[in-house]
Ligand binder design. Structure first.
Ligand code: ZN
Length: 320
């Protein structure tokens, strides 16, 4: 069987240098890559699912037109200028290093490659990138995020023949204020977010429902665990997404809702992402692109990404 699960990834992403002690650092991706490769290469002990992973470099495609459809071109130029003059801070915790502009564009390329793969192959994919994106707004980066990867990918997907509606599910522990703002005006895009409240960035109240009733925010109190997610999925998220009827789902896959995460206070376990992935699968089948957002405990992050990919691969095996 030739089935492959693509992970769009480049070791170059390590060049986005956020500085000493920053939680969003290059160690995050190397922890994930090391863990997945360990699962792949353990000889006779290798995990069957992990042997299906194909590591694919993001393409050298031109992404600027797609970026500038979503972001203010003046802001995009500003990012380039900050990087070219040696880097700087956009806000107290959002860093642009000399390579950050080019790598933010490479991250977008990985997400767009993922959209193409999912739609053309009718098979899921994972964009394993940094910097993350869901806090970035039209004219400013914030919260470790420079470009709104998920929103750019969703708007791009609408240009692909045969795709008329795209849903974004954001399971990062923080509300994706940028993504929501950049998709809610388009009735063919939907945004559904599970997030801790109160927490950064302070947006994402249940009363924010979008310009076309195309936004569903599901704030969770500190300490919430899998059963709380399952109830909100069954009662609200699943009906909302089923009614919307997307052709493609994009998951803003942050993994900072795990109990071990140092930046938030929810209580998911890494294996809980198997349930979440399976729930998406029951709704969408294989038409799902996962893209990395947050997740700051290296071990929990690596195990959670593996749980997501394992579930997607095992579901593909069952359905083929
Ligand atoms: Zn987050």
């Amino acid at each position: 069987m030739n089935y492959r699960f693509p992970v769009f990834y480049s070791s170059l992403f390590a060049g986005h240098d956020t500085g000493l002690g920053h939680p969003e650092n290059a160690g995050r991706l190397s922890a994930v890559v090391d863990h997945l490769k360990n699962c792949q290469n353990s000889g006779l002990q290798a995990d069957e699912w992990a042997t299906q992973i194909a590591w694919i470099e993001p393409s050298a495609r031109s992404v600027l037109p797609h970026v500038c459809r979503v972001h203010d071109p003046g802001y995009v130029n500003q990012l380039d200028a900050i990087a070219q003059r040696g880097g700087g801070h956009i806000d107290s915790d959002t860093v642009v290093s000399p390579q950050s502009y080019d790598l933010a564009l490479l991250a977008v390329a990985a997400w767009l490659d993922g959209v193409d793969w999912v739609w053309q192959q009718k098979s899921p994919a994972f964009a394993l990138v940094r910097p993350p994106g869901h806090h970035a707004e039209r004219d400013r980066g914030m919260g470790f995020c420079l470009l709104s990867n998920a929103a750019i990918a969703a708007h791009y997907a609408l240009t692909c023949p045969g795709i008329s509606r795209v849903a974004i599910l954001d399971w990062d522990v923080h509300h994706g204020n940028g993504t929501q703002a950049l998709v809610e005006a388009n009735a063919n895009l939907a945004y559904c977010s599970f997030h801790q409240s109160p927490a950064y960035p302070g947006t994402g109240a249940a009363s924010e429902t979008g310009q076309h009733q195309n936004v569903l925010n599901l704030p969770l109190p500190p300490g919430a665990q899998l059963a709380d997610y399952q109830q909100r999925w069954a009662d609200q998220a699943r009906p909302f997404l089923a009614d919307f009827g997307a052709d493609l789902m994009i998951v803003s896959a942050g993994y900072d809702a795990t109990q071990a995460d140092p930046l938030a206070s929810l209580s998911l376990q890494p294996d809980d992402y198997r349930w979440f992935t399976h729930a998406c699968w029951e709704l969408m089948g294989p038409r799902i692109l996962f893209g990395l957002e947050g997740g700051y405990d290296f071990s929990a992050l690596a195990c959670s990404v593996a749980a997501t990919i394992r579930c997607a691969i095992e579901n593909c095996a069952v359905s083929s």
